[in-house]
Design a protein around this ligand. Sequence first.
Ligand code: HDE
Length: 727
Amino acid sequence: MAKHKSQEKSGNQPDNEKTKNLHSHIADASGEFMTTDHGVRINDDQNSLKAGERAATLLEDFILREKITHFDHERIPERIVHARGSGAHGVFKLYNSLSTFTKAHFLNDTSVETPVFVRFSTVAGSKGSTDLARDVRGFAVKFYTQQGNFDLVGNNMPVFFIQDAMKFPDLIHAVKPEPDHEMPQAASAHDTFWDFISLMPESAHMIMWAMSDRAIPRSLRMMEGFGVHTFRLINEKGEGCFVKFHWKPLLGVHSVAWDEAQKISGKDPDFHRRDLWEAIESGAFPEWELGVQLIPEADEFKFEFDLLDPTKLIPEELVPVQRIGKMTLNRNPDNFFAETEQVAFHVGHIVPGIDFSNDPLLQGRLFSYTDTQLIRLGGPNFHEIPINRPVVPVHNNQRDGFMRQTINKGKTSYGPNSLGNNDPQQAKARDGGFTSYQERIDAKKVRARSNSFFDHFSQATLFFNSQSEPEKNHIKDAFSFELGKLKTVAIRERMLGILTMIDKKLAEEVALALGLPSPKGPQQPINHSIPADAKQADFEPIVLKSTLKESPALSMSNTVKNTIKTRKIAFLAADGLEADSLDTVKKALLAEGAVVEIIAAKLGEVKASDGTGFPVDQSFLTAASVLYDAVYVVGGTAEVLKGEANAIHFVNEAFKHCKAIAVDQQATKFIAATYLSGKLPKDASDETILNEGIVMEADPARLAKQFIKAIAQHRFWEREKPRKVPA
Ligand code: HDE
């Protein structure tokens, strides 16, 4: 079949097995006649059939009825959580065989390229909400392996709010917009969410992540991903070992500032979706390495926490993350609904060589995902929707149901049978048949939680202690902001009590911002979350002594900072600019893989002093500082721009959001009108540039070199110290 146009556009990637598998479902209307859903050519799509030009419409008009009926049914229920998402196709390639630990084919054979489909999402907001909400991000990957589909349905944070699936509906009811007035949209609810969190000490660790900068990523391409739960790998011999899955972005882990996030939500609610789409369209394919932390079964009880507790992570300093392969996203979907909306992930989609652990949150998820697809996608045949089909054949005795696509031949849809040769046959383990890990179980049936789950605070403290000063400040600001939105003071006070268990100074500082007295300590039983039969002992904290005081891997300040690939740089321009400055700096940035946009007072062209015209990409009306990573005030423009309020605001915002800024040395009059006034670097040494992020240089080539180093640093958080009102 001929290649679809959009597939050619998206980076000219060779077809992989999944892409080929999707081809037969692609409809391309270019050059074709319009037809009804049943293939009859339509002669007039403008007018309904009437009894006369000015008379009533006839019921007979089957074309109109079909069109309107289809339209009436175009929406399906959005996901109860993770409703807003963005998807992309790609491939996964293994570096080294993991056959010692797992027999999963795609983790054994380094010559195999496994097609994948990834969907990133926010959790709380609905389908049309903003990308930059302060929220956890979903990171769901479907591997179309030769042994069937494996779904790694993770998040961009390594732990979760609750320990047992029983509490998930409560958590989501609390975090979604409050039921009486359906506010707030695209944010965690205020009173209800914090009411729940402050009564659920097990959420202490996750709430620290959710209040950190991880919740406002710069890009979906710059997030880590985590499988969260402990899973199990099984090798050919049937031996098991525990595993935690990680995704490490090659562009590093970066976030925006909170003031910026709020503004982006207004200026471009599709900021993340657009960024992912554009990067893939331009051929700058997002990449992540798949990492594993492997824990031999014998070490199950060697940790200070329980491996089955999803509110705990395994510090990388204790068990290093081994990078075993790379995922590259190289093709945008052809149709959002057909692919991104209809894709159905399930944490229970595993392949031979991978198995579950007894994490009670994971166990509960195993039920939920199929159940939710039944209502969302309308029946039991959602696995037949093209995006969900495996690349290997499906044979079983499941039959019928809404929207069945497969035409099963023969009389037998049961087994055992003698009329159909007893096909399809069960596969022995040596033929690749899935066998569960032979775990020994010998226990009483109970509704209970293991005591090993009751240290809720030491890892919350470890996380906080591992953050850089600016990151700690942002966490404090986030708590102050979110708790400041509550109406019920008692909930604020209760939450401050929880914070005292994590970090006393943090609790005091947040209390100060909220105008409350210093909190004394927690008000609730803090070991067992549900205080129904709390005993006095439950008020004594179980805080294990962590041997680790800090885990540098938990701080984003230690991330990759050696590239400006795909960073968006705003060039502020005006008539009279120096063509050489613009050309030289632009070429240098493009050579490093950055994206440059020329912004001026109006669209059209700006004229350089030598008469050269440069096309303008955005006007100050359509662009905004918060949508860029760095700003360059092009040489020769200072005279004009000093009178341009938008240009001054643009640079001021970039300054307040701690971004790299480059200006021509002659631009003193413009600088005098901005926050840069009096803040220019003392010298042009590399050290100063790397500390302060402001480049002022006469020679465009030197300016470009220093600017590139500065942009790679992402942000210069030191600038926040005076804590001036945001731009
Ligand atoms: Fe989910 N989750 N979840 N979840 N989850 C869904 O399935 C659920 C949890 C995650 O892009 C739903 O198809 C329960 C943890 C992602 O399509 C639903 C529990 C983690 C996505 C569901 C959890 C996740 C979902 C809604 C507690 C990180 C989006 C629509 C027991 C490891 C996948 C859907 C996509 C989606 C249930 C907890 C990640 C209702 C019951 C922990 C990334 O089935």
